[in-house]
Ligand binder design. Sequence first.
Ligand code: 4NP
Length: 154
Amino acid sequence: MIQSVLFVCLGNICRSPMAEGVFRALAKREGLDLVIDSAATGDWHTGDAPYPPAIEAAAARGYDISGQRARQVKPADFTRFDLVLAMDGSNLSNLQALRPEGGTEPKLFLDYAPETGRDAVPDPYYTRDFDEALDLVEAGAAGLLKAIRGQAPD
Ligand code: 4NP
């Protein structure tokens, strides 16, 4: 059973906070009791709120991510979380290198949204396209929810 999900990107101030906020809202709407969090592979933004343009873009779609604070992935995350989902292939490689033996195998978030034809959420910190990132995050979150809903009970 999937009961906990960790979203991971490079800085934990744009993509993974948006994924956490979108998926948290979706899970709440569907009445699912899941542990949901996000983290960074890097440590540059530890303790920071999400990047203001990410907060604004998410708010425009009804998601409040302003209370989140960035943190770095730690080895215990691979035992605490049933799913560890990377926003792009570089995040995935970094996570694979951090994973302790026997820990949860990280996966690409967009594996849950094959209809997008994309495997990465482009980093809006660099592309400046927060709506593209949110479109992909919403697609991934919807697919993830469907996968969790469809799993057999223990
Ligand atoms: P994110 O974007 O990985 O989507 O949070 C980034 C934000 C900041 C930096 C890198 C990525 N940075 O290097 O400061």
